[in-house]
Design a protein. Structure first.
Ligand code: GLU
Length: 433
């Protein structure tokens, strides 16, 4: 039997990474099994499911290269099928009409008089007592089908064999299993994935940091890195691999290695992983992406290729996310923009001015290359009685304006002697404490 799974999002205008991880697990499951990955747009809420919201969703899927195998189903096209199913349930006595309070009659599904039970591929048998399950509305008084009915009728139409979704749907599944049976269909198999949570164990949201696929795309994360990170957030290949190609993930994926406990979002880990992907990019591709970021900065638009290339060569292995590129300004401007906090921390201490002044003189005595620069700094430290290595930070802040960057000696060699000396001088005259 060919396994058929689906991603069935309700478009809202932004795509949460938790939802995207559900899509990724479905996709990996289908690709691993040689099955079909289908897309159903649950767009019955016409107010939220605008054409733009649907486009945002499709764009997120395409960006992550989650390709689907058949024409997407749009739930809003299926009104007749939903109404017809409700009629059948009414005719069979599995549903009845009721006026829930003067608003007109709705259609209510009659929950069978027995415990609701289903097998979850991750959690085992899940059961709910009959007395805890109430009948529920499947068609509103205005004729609109309720989520439960539309979801099940469409899963039947799409011949879905496995419903893999978030565990916020477990309560729904008790009802859905009964609906499948009442409609004469065998329920699919189910797996409910635990949520993505924050450090406090609460559902991870926008308040905890970037939470939507679009945020990561804008910040310059790579889709392959985000895919890799989300796939391994709550699933493990059974060994300690953390960076995996798509082919490796497809090969290794299985539901029994999806963890049955909430997965904690770790932005730092994602950023680190992204850096590994960035480091591997072909140099031209890296440069083109860096250019795209620079094109959005007034100061970065007209940087000649000859100036950009060596900076890219130096910075690629240190670039974690493409938004880091906006920090490269100090390579190109005459003077850096000084970060106040870095200045206070790096240049505020006693003795720094004297040491930097001495360094300017020492730089004249050695070749201006990495080794020569290092020698000059070590000598300036010794003469000023500063512990070895401690002057580097002051030099970095004086010459780049910020606290982080690539290796200091390489950075200065690339900046060139004129810029380096002019900035050190500026620091001794205006910035040292
Ligand atoms: N549209 C629902 C959601 O996004 C359906 C989920 C499902 O059945 O997979 O939560």
């Amino acid at each position: 039997m060919i396994q058929r799974v689906r991603f069935a999002p309700s478009p809202t205008g932004s795509v949460h990474i938790g939802n995207m991880r559900v899509a990724i697990f479905n996709w990996l499951f289908a690709r691993h099994a040689g099955g079909r990955f289908l897309l159903r747009i649950e767009d019955t809420d016409r107010e939220r499911s605008t054409p733009e919201a649907i486009e945002t969703l499709l764009a997120a899927l395409r960006w992550l290269e989650l390709d689907w195998d058949e024409e997407p189903m749009y739930q809003s096209d299926r009104a007749n099928a939903h109404a017809e199913a409700a009629e059948r349930l009414l005719a069979a006595g599995a549903a009845y009409r009721e006026d829930k309070g003067g608003k007109g009659e709705c259609v209510v599904f009659r929950m069978p008089d027995e415990d609701a039970v289903f097998h979850d591929e991750l959690k085992g048998e899940l059961r709910k007592k009959s007395e805890d399950m109430a009948d529920f509305v499947i068609v509103r008084s205005n004729g609109a089908p309720v989520f439960h009915l539309a979801n099940v009728v469409d899963d039947i139409a799409m011949k879905i064999t496995h419903v893999l979704r978030g565990d916020d749907h477990i309560e729904n599944t008790y009802r859905h299993v009964a609906l499948f049976r009442a409609l004469g269909a065998e329920p699919p198999r189910y797996a409910h994935f635990p949520m993505i949570v924050n450090r406090q164990g609460k559902p991870y949201s926008k308040r905890d940091g970037d939470a939507f696929v679009g945020d990561f795309r804008e910040k310059g994360f790579r889709p392959d890195a985000l895919f890799n990170y989300l796939a391994l957030l709550g699933w493990s290949p059974g060994d300690d691999r953390e960076k995996m190609t798509r082919a490796e993930m497809v090969e290794a994926f299985s539901l029994d290695r999806v963890k049955n406990s909430p997965a904690q979002m770790d932005l730092q880990k994602l950023t680190h992983l992204n850096g590994l992907y960035v480091a591997e990019m072909p140099a031209e591709e890296f440069r083109a992406q860096a250019r795209a970021v620079l094109a959005d900065c007034a100061w970065g638009r007209d940087i000649p290729e000859a100036a950009l290339t060596p900076v890219c060569e130096l910075m690629q292995s240190r670039t974690k996310v493409f938004s880091d590129v906006v920090d490269w300004r100090y390579f190109f401007d005459a003077m850096p923009t000084y970060d106040e906090k870095a200045v206070r921390k790096g240049l505020g201490k006693d003795g720094v001015r004297a040491a930097l002044t001495r360094l300017i003189a020492l730089l004249e005595q050695y070749p201006f290359d990495e080794a020569g620069i290092e020698k000059a700094i070590r000598e300036a430290e010794r003469e000023a009685g500063i512990r070895e290595g401690k002057l580097n930070f002051a030099v970095r802040v004086a010459t780049t304006g910020i606290a982080t960057g690539a290796g200091l000696y390489e950075t200065l060699a690339l900046l060139g002697k004129d810029k380096t000396v002019a900035r050190l001088r500026h620091a001794t005259e205006h910035l040292c404490g």
